[in-house]
Design a protein around this ligand. Structure first.
Ligand SMILES: [Zn+2]
Length: 872
């Protein structure tokens, strides 16, 4: 076959295929990968490195008129994020017009059927393909080198058909930082007894969760990829992954549940493309393809494209040991053929080269299929968007009232919608919708718009179907979480309106979303209500500027106005004037007010420069997310290192936070020094001596905050008087293995659950009386009687009324009246445990305050009203 001719022959063929319009050097100058990289791509134990891959794509663009190369920006760690645009020279020359056609097809308002048909005829299908968002899944990036080379040089009819009909948007790595970390570590440890696989997060902050960020858009790489989506508007996205054992490759269609927000045309296209891939594999005797299993399409955190008119093609190829082969004594994977697994793999070995081959085959099968059915793909792209634009079904819209507890997070929510190309309107005058009168300035998100699918998915409540392994049997685990209602996550009131209404609306651009005014300097102090997260942005800056910060211990009145417990009181010193006067705070919507004279209330004085320790066990994703979060807020923090235990902890930290996933074993044992060199000293264990030292530090006055599964660690450390109330799966990870009997009694694999808060308690300052928390296979607690440790419940599950707000929950009654957040006095120290993940993937912003309050309150000191009055 043409594909495996020598490089020279391929080059010659490609030259024949060239048109007279090409002005740049002919593809015969293209170096094949083997020459350029000095290794055979896919050879056991060898991996092409990312910087060289970037150079290779640039080389292809210099030597082939089919390739354009562009660096779109820098990654989190400063590596180039690049894209190669590959098509026929004619299509590349016509790129602006082709992009305009895509844009027009995605917004069919005012477009006649006849015009649409003409655009479909003139348009080209954009195929966005990327690999290795998960950096230990190294094979796909190696594949993409060969895919780019073949597209740039092959003169055969299959590639010609692709180039004529398709514009390929090729991103060799969706996480270049991880590619560099993992491959460099692989070579650095070659021939040693050290662990070969990179032992920490392969994205600086979020590790494997970089593929759980497709609606919150927190990370640079996510924003770069969404930028490609919004700029080019591809008709399809192919997301290349690797998996563990079992079948050799997964291709669509997907497993249940079906998400009704995904247009049925897209469901059919996913099946069509996936099956073209499966057929190509089987036809080339590449065994072990499976479909209709394991992978569902529920959580938008994993998939931007399906709410933007495109099929998502997920391919998951079985991994090797990074680049080393798997050699077994028996045939690998299931050996019985099924309708969704027609050709079992009989081999006993599995090599990197096979991953590269499978990757090449599915990518070319996908591109060839879309090329062959170019018209249908463009027409369906148009139809999906037209169906949303012409939508008549309820609900009609979502309304976001202008008066909110936290205007800062309201702006953040609206920013997310605009980033996802959702239209946001603002009312110029008051209006009625449903049974409610809304004030001018309220925001309206109509669902009859091109990307209404994204808006609906993110703003409505999820009702996850009750899927069982068999009737009456244990729940069937979802692939990811089941609830993601954005307003609940972010603490923003969002009203669903069923029927059409009239309002005087204007379109709001991203730049126009935020608004606020700069406060005038008050004679005595700035007074800030406790509801907005933006106050914590101010805390970090005020502490850095050495400005004292106080919080009212109780409710109080000032100049006839009522202020809630936890209201911030900051003396009007020059540092405070500068910080609150900055444009940044005006735009944050933080309602900064002033007091002309001292207010009469007891208060807590925050410890100046509160020193926060973040326990980040190697490769713990919640710890990585928290690192990102602390940097966003600018908190004075550092990662706790094993070497800290050589000295006094109290000289380093006021507060230490244990994120979800921080176990006693992770703390005491840590990374094995025999298998990890000195660069990993920070993550070595602290031993039993260190464990005792940590407990002594708390009893001596330290503040410890534990979240999710780390509550067990804190309980163990200090013998806290609480006990678990929910049954735990015996095996198969925290969501439970399929069929675990514990999941029959209680199951909650990622949902929003109602909590009640005590907003008079310093840990719940600024919280409403009730709001949902995020719960992902977490725990609830009951207090155990004891004499030594005083405990107070800060948040609990309600005694009556519905607990499930969005997602899936079995065994609601087990949560009734049980504790979630508890604060303890342990000796002179302070401990707060949060059973549910209040910070999950930096998404539930409504509950960030619980964490932040706890971190700063523990080390604070109480001052009397008289002392507060003399604060200047
Ligand atoms: Zn993956």
């Amino acid at each position: 076959m043409v594909r495996w001719l020598t490089a020279a022959a391929v080059g010659a063929l490609a030259t024949i295929g060239m048109t007279a319009q090409a002005t740049r050097p002919l593809p015969s100058a293209v170096q094949p990968p083997e020459t350029f990289f000095g290794i055979r791509i896919g050879a056991d134990g060898e991996l092409a490195r990312y910087p060289r891959i970037v150079e290779y794509l640039a080389h292809l663009s210099q030597t082939s008129s089919r390739v354009k190369f562009e660096e779109l920006g820098k990654t989190t760690m400063g590596n180039p994020y690049v894209i190669a645009t590959i098509s026929s020279p004619e299509n590349l020359a016509n790129l602006p017009r082709l992009m305009e056609i895509n844009r027009r097809l995605t917004d069919p308002r005012g477009l006649s059927e006849a015009e649409a048909a003409r655009l479909v005829e003139e348009g080209r299908a954009f195929y966005f393909v990327y690999g290795t968002i998960h950096s230990t899944e190294v094979g796909n990036t190696q594949s993409l080198i060969e895919i780019a080379h073949r597209l740039a040089t092959d003169g055969g009819p299959e590639v010609k058909e692709i180039l004529d009909n398709v514009v390929v948007l090729l991103v060799p790595s969706q996480n270049p930082d991880g590619q560099v970390l993992v491959v460099d570590h692989w070579y650095k440890t070659k021939g040693t007894s050290l662990t070969r696989v990179y032992p920490d997060l392969y994205h600086k902050y979020v590790g494997h969760d970089d593929n759980r960020d497709w609606f919150m858009f927190t990370q640079k790489e996510t924003r770069l990829a969404v930028g490609i989506q919004n700029k080019y508007k591809p008709v399809i996205t192919h997301d290349m992954h690797q998996k563990g054992g079992g079948a050799r490759i997964f291709v669509p269609p997907y497993d249940d549940p079906y998400d009704p927000n995904i247009h049925p045309i897209l469901a059919q296209e996913m099946t069509g493309v996936g099956q073209a891939m499966a057929t190509a594999l089987v036809a080339q005797n590449k065994a072990g393809v499976e479909f209709l299993s394991t992978y569902d399409l529920w959580a938008p955190a994993r998939q931007y494209m399906v709410y933007h008119g495109q099929p998502r093609i997920l391919t998951e190829i079985a991994s090797v040991n990074l680049a080393d082969p798997i050699v077994d004594s028996a045939p690998i994977g299931p050996q019985e053929a099924r309708w969704n697994f027609p050709l079992p793999y009989r081999g006993t070995e599995w090599h990197l080269r096979q991953i590269v081959d499978y990757g090449n085959i599915v990518a070319f099968a996908g591109m060839a299929h879309v090329a062959k059915y170019r018209r249908a793909f463009l027409e369906n792209f148009y139809k999906v968007h037209a169906d949303w634009v012409n939508r008549k079904a309820a609900p009609y819209a979502f309304v976001i009232p202008e008066v909110q507890r936290d205007l800062f997070e309201t702006y953040e929510l609206l920013d997310i919608l605009r980033t996802a190309d959702v239209e946001v309107h603002k009312a110029r005058s008051a209006f009625h919708a449903g049974s409610t009168q809304y004030a001018p300035g309220s925001w309206v998100i109509k669902l009859a718009q091109p990307n209404g699918a994204f808006a609906k998915t993110m703003l409505e409540r999820q009702r996850y179907p009750d899927l069982r392994l068999y009737p009456g049997g244990p729940p069937k685990p979802p692939y990811d979480v089941t609830g993601h209602t954005l307003g609940m996550l972010m603490g923003v009131q969002v009203d669903q309106i069923e029927q059409p209404f009239d309002a005087d609306l204007v379109d709001v651009t991203k730049a126009e979303l935020r608004g606020g005014s700069t406060p005038s300097k008050p004679p005595w102090a700035y007074v800030v209500p406790p509801e907005s997260n933006a106050a914590f942005l101010a805390v970090a800056k005020l502490q850095a500027a050495n400005v004292p910060i106080f919080r009212a211990a109780t409710r109080f009145t000032s100049a006839g106005r009522d202020f809630a417990p936890g209201t911030w009181i900051v003396p009007a010193v020059p540092g405070a004037d500068r910080i609150f006067g900055a444009a940044e705070f005006a735009a944050s919507g933080l309602p900064v007010q002033g007091a002309a004279s001292p207010v009469s209330v007891d208060a807590y004085r925050l410890k100046p420069g509160t020193r926060i320790g973040l326990w980040r066990v190697a490769n713990n994703m919640p710890g990585g997310w928290m690192k990102w979060l602390f940097e966003q807020y600018g908190f004075n923090h550092r990662v706790v290192a094993s070497t800290d235990f050589a000295g006094e902890l109290s000289s380093l930290y006021d507060t230490i936070v244990l994120p979800d996933g921080t176990t006693r074993n992770g703390i005491v044992r840590g990374l094995d020094p025999q298998r990890h060199d000195k660069a990993w000293t920070w993550a070595y264990g602290i031993g039993d001596g260190g464990w005792k030292k940590l407990a002594d530090w708390v009893r001596g006055g330290g503040t410890l905050v534990a979240i999710g599964s780390a509550v067990e660690t804190a309980r163990d450390l200090l013998d806290l008087p609480i006990e678990k109330v929910l049954p735990e799966p015996s095996a198969g990870g925290r969501r439970g293995g399929s069929g675990d009997s514990a999941t029959l009694r209680f199951y909650c694999p990622g949902s929003l659950l109602q909590n009640e808060f005590n907003p008079s308690h310093p840990v719940a300052f600024g919280m409403p009386a009730s709001w949902p928390v995020f719960f992902e296979s977490d725990q609830a607690y009951r207090l155990r009687p004891g004499f030594d440790i005083a405990s107070e419940v800060v948040a609990r599950y309600p005694a009556k009324g519905p607990i499930l707000q969005s997602g899936w929950l079995l065994g609601e009654d087990l949560l009734r009246d049980q504790a979630n957040v508890v604060a303890f006095r342990v000796g002179r120290g302070y401990v707060v445990t949060m059973g549910s993940q209040v910070d999950f993937r930096a998404q539930p912003r409504a509950t960030f305050k619980l964490l932040f309050n706890a971190m700063f309150h523990g080390p604070s000191t109480r001052v009397s009203a008289a002392e507060l009055a003399g604060l200047k």
